[in-house]
Design a protein around this ligand. Structure first.
Ligand code: BES
Ligand code: MN
Ligand code: MN
Length: 476
């Protein structure tokens, strides 16, 4: 077996994939250990566990020869690790930065889980075995895809063939408030030529994908205040503004009959798809029946005249995520509540300006309030949409690595989800990311019974191992 240390010759992809497979049972056991730590970043009750999770990852990376730490931030710890690469040629090869997150969404509603969310189980599904736990695919399984690929390199070659840095954050699911400050401060440590992000999906279980567009996100909370206290709905009803009625009416005015968003200027900066992209998407053979059937729906619903892929990958949205106020207990209570609240999110595309959209939404609500009501707003984040290059030599390398593993080239796809870090990495560190992910649409991300197919996990490990080998063939 060749080692890059002595000769600069890279090990064969075959040797790496064989090593990944040899260690797969142990890789799965380690993923389960990782999943057992409830790193729910948004809830301070889990802060100690979230820290323990970061430290667990640090220990794993140190075991692979990385210099690693759980760096202190203004929020949850940031896991950063570095390996200079093995052998004299490593320094001539591209420096690779990996990004992922070790935090997870809250597990609730707990009663809908078939097994406890932080007690991972391996169960048989229609496509083989899968691991079920909160974070299985988003994003612990995918982070472990990277770690275990680095383990295969460690076993076969003594370490990675290129300089490798990892930045695994602990607050992706809760606003990433430490990320940008950390990146500014650690800019020189994070310097690299290409970033690989593993937090997205495949096309289907046999077809890999590289995601090149992500939607942005503006998340607002609005509270409408009316009378100074809750009122008897008979004594006062009909004579006073009811904040819940008012809020419901305003929310209902956010879309028109074509299901377009009615906020003035909302579509500013939204570009139509280039015909070539549209044609490529049409050639993908996306199945509405499968995508919608999986969630119990027969047909799509959204902006008139658009396909499901266009609606989720290239069109902006407005959705109410939660709404509360008044009496929500059992039985009836005749009351007019003093307040009503809604959580409203906008997914953004192209060059829509998040700050302007937040402001226009506020004006939209305020201008519709009757006398006697006022509105209060809280922002829970604002990020623009992101597009990454579809033609770089790094993408070509990833293409080759995925081809070696799956026997076919990856599809270039979009996603409706958001990964704000990709924009920060572009702006602050000055590089595009390669979004190579291994999730499937039915993985139940953010839902009860989240799962990761072991077949996807295995291919994630193999793919990251192969892609790193392809990147190492490039000169810096
Ligand atoms: N991994 C997801 C993003 C994602 C979801 C990519 C589905 C591809 C397919 C990420 O962890 C996430 O959930 N992002 C949030 C945004 C964040 C600001 C809370 C999202 O998209 O809602
Ligand atoms: Mn994620
Ligand atoms: Mn997520």
């Amino acid at each position: 077996m060749s080692t890059p240390g002595s000769s600069g010759v890279l090990p064969s992809t075959h040797a790496l994939l064989a090593e990944a497979d040899r260690g797969f049972a142990a890789s799965t056991a380690r993923l389960c250990d990782f999943l057992r730590i409830p790193s729910v970043s948004t809830d301070p009750a889990f802060d100690a566990e979230t820290r323990r999770c970061a430290e667990w990852l640090v220990t794993e990376l140190r075991g692979l020869g990385f210099e690693a730490e759980a760096a202190k931030t203004i929020g949850q710890p940031m896991v950063v690790a570095h390996h200079p690469g093995v052998g004299p040629d490593a320094a001539k090869r591209p420096r690779v930065l990996y990004y992922g997150h070790y935090d997870v969404q809250p597990a609730d509603p707990l009663e809908l889980w078939k097994s406890p969310p932080f007690e991972p189980v391996i169960v048989e599904g229609p496509r083989g075995k899968r691991v079920v736990a909160r974070g299985a695919v988003d994003d612990k399984g995918q982070v472990m895809g990277i770690v275990e690929a680095l383990r295969a390199w460690h076993a076969v070659a003594g370490g990675p063939p290129c300089p490798v840095t990892l930045m695994i954050e602990g607050e992706e699911e809760s606003g990433s408030k430490s990320l940008e400050p950390f990146m500014h401060e650690a800019k020189s440590r994070l310097a690299a030529d290409v970033c690989i992000v593993s937090d997205t999906g495949m096309w289907d279980i046999t077809t890999p994908a590289i995601t090149t567009r992500l939607r942005g996100l503006v998340y607002m909370e609005v509270t409408v205040h009316g009378p100074t206290r809750d009122l008897h709905s008979g004594m006062y009803g009909g004579a006073v503004p009811n904040p819940i009625n008012v809020l419901a009416r305003i929310l209902s005015e956010l879309h028109d009959g074509e299901r377009r968003v009615t906020i003035p200027g909302f579509y500013d900066g939204v570009s139509e798809l280039p015909p070539a992209t549209k044609a490529q998407w049409e050639s993908l053979g996306f199945s509405d029946a499968e995508f919608l059937g999986d969630i119990g729906l027969g047909e799509g619903f959204g902006e008139r005249g658009r396909s499901t892929l266009e609606r989720t990958w290239s069109r902006p949205t407005c959705d109410v995520n939660g709404i509360f106020g008044g009496y929500t207990g059992k039985g009836a209570k005749t009351v007019i509540a003093a307040h009503a609240t809604a959580k409203v999110s906008f997914r953004l595309v192209s060059r829509q300006d998040p700050a302007r959209i937040a402001k226009s939404f506020e004006e939209f609500v305020r201008s519709r309030l009757p006398a006697g009501c006022r509105a209060e707003f809280e922002s829970h984040g604002a990020n623009s949409a992101i597009e990454v290059s579809e033609s770089s030599r790094y993408l070509a390398a990833a293409n080759q690595g995925l081809h070696d593993v799956f026997g076919k080239a990856p599809l270039l796809i979009g996603t409706g989800g958001s990964i704000p870090a990709v924009g920060s990495i572009q702006r602050i560190l000055g590089m595009d990311s390669l979004l190579v992910g291994f999730g499937l649409d039915d993985d139940c991300v953010h839902s009860p019974n989240e799962k990761f197919e072991l077949e996807c996990y295995r291919n994630a490990i193999r793919s990251h191992a192969a892609i790193l080998g392809e990147l190492a063939k490039l000169q810096r």
